[in-house]
Structure formats: C-alpha cells, structure tokens
Design a protein around this ligand. Structure first.
Ligand SMILES: Nc1ncnc2c1ncn2[C@@H]1O[C@H](COP(=O)(O)OP(=O)(O)OP(=O)(O)O)[C@@H](O)[C@H]1O
Length: 219
C-alpha cells in the first residue's frame, strides 16, 4: 500500500524536514508516527497525500508513484484518502450533516449518495443524534468525531490522521484513538501522528514509527 525508499524532503527555504526515510505499510495496518515537535511527522503525512513532493528517493502510495506523473494520478490518490487534520476545520454555521456532505464535493461520488453516505458515517462514529446541530455547538470531542465521519464518508483506503487527539482530555483522546483503530479493515489502513505516546495501545498497533530530527529512529 505504501513504500518509501530513502526518501528526503527539503523545503524551499532549505529546511531538511525528512532524511533517508524508508518504510513499508500494508493494507489493514494501524500505524502510529510519533516524535518530538518539529521532528517531521506532519511532513511525512503531507508526502503520503501528495501535498509535498519528495526531494529525493522513491515513494509509492496506493500504487501511485509520487510525485505523480499526471494530475489525474494525484486526484485518484486524493479520492482514496480520508484526511483528519486540525487545519480541515468544520464550517461553523453549517450543520454536522452538511459538513460531512461537503467533504464529498469534488470527488467522483454521485450527489444522490452524499446524504446516505454522510448519515452512515455519522452513525459509525456515534454522533448521528447531533446530525442537525450547528458545528459550533459541538464539544471538541464531538467535532473530532464529525471530522472523522467526514473522512470516512469518502470510503477511503487510507485514513491519515494528524494529531487527532490535540485539544482533547484523556478519555476523549482514548475514545478517538479507539474509534480510528476500529475503522481499519482488510481494505483500509490507518496512520496516526501523535505526541500522546502514553495513549497508544501497542498490542493493537502494527507499526510504531518514531521520528527524530527527520529520521526514523531505531526502537
Ligand atoms: N512549509 C515549510 N517550509 C519550511 N519548513 C517547514 C515547512 N513545514 C515544516 N517545516 C519545518 O520542517 C520541520 C518538520 O516539521 P513538521 O511540521 O513536519 O514537524 P512535526 O513533527 O509534525 O511537528 P509538530 O509535532 O510540532 O506538529 C520543522 O523544522 C519545521 O519547522
């Protein structure tokens, strides 16, 4: 599903964010990426979704080589990814249902399916009782559940969650990690970055990748 070989990312200002990254992630895995602030976790996620290009080395995600040869490949990759990022905020003033539906725009999903897919995803994350609530009336934990529903309504092969437990108290953070874990199956892998290493259920984790100063550190 994902193969990286000696991959490097240097930003345009010369910052070496990632150096010599090699990894292999199979379908159905639950993978955590940990490391101190500034170590390169978000940069790695950005590479995996084609938002940044490797400066050197090889990267293949969902059978697509990155950087993509054609714009079409990038669209195809994005169609298969369910992103859960802090920056992808919910839209205040719109209902929970609308927020999930809006996550399906621009994808090749027939519009007649948007509502049913959104309801199904909200049920899966156990927040369908708030379907008609305005986004700004939700707690942080509820907002995060809606963000996850928005990602899974796309029926992704790969869920990429960047610090999904930020802003959450202990119990809510554990709930969110358990929820993300429950979403992996024989077609879907889940990759999560987090600072909260004490919350990781290591028994259920297939790989724990620790990044230190842009390199994968030996465990
Ligand atoms: N667009 C950018 N241009 C230049 N440097 C960047 C850019 N984005 C990130 N960096 C730098 O790359 C390095 C890795 O950053 P990254 O955001 O990947 O770390 P992180 O491990 O996700 O950190 P945090 O846990 O604080 O979110 C840092 O030195 C950061 O300052």
């Amino acid at each position: 599903m994902i193969t990286a070989n000696d991959m490097t990312l240097t930003y345009s200002d010369g910052t070496d964010a990632l150096k010599g990254i090699s990894l292999k992630i199979q379908t159905g895995e639950l993978v955590y990426i940990t490391g101190p602030s500034g170590s390169g976790k978000t940069s790695l996620i950005k590479l995996l979704m084609g938002a940044e290009k490797p400066t050197a080395g090889e990267l293949q995600v969902l059978n697509i080589s990155l950087p993509p040869a054609r714009e079409k490949d990038l669209l195809q990759l994005r169609q298969q990814i369910g992103p859960v990022f802090q920056e992808l905020k919910l839209i205040d003033g719109r209902s929970v249902l609308d927020n999930v539906v809006l996550g399906m725009r621009f994808l090749e999903i027939p519009s007649q399916q948007w509502r049913s897919r959104a309801s199904e995803a909200l049920e899966k994350v156990r927040i369908s009782h708030k379907m008609m609530s305005k986004a700004e009336h939700l707690s942080w934990g509820e907002r995060q559940r809606v963000a996850i529903a928005r990602a899974i309504a796309r029926r992704p092969s790969l869920i990429l969650a960047d610090e999904p437990t930020g802003n959450l108290d202990h119990d809510n953070a554990v709930n969110i990690l358990q929820l993300l874990d429950s979403l992996r199956n024989q077609h879907t892998s889940v990759i999560i970055t987090t600072h909260a290493t004490h919350l990781i259920d290591r028994q259920r984790t297939s790989q724990l990748i620790h990044i230190s100063e842009g390199r994968i550190a030996p465990q």
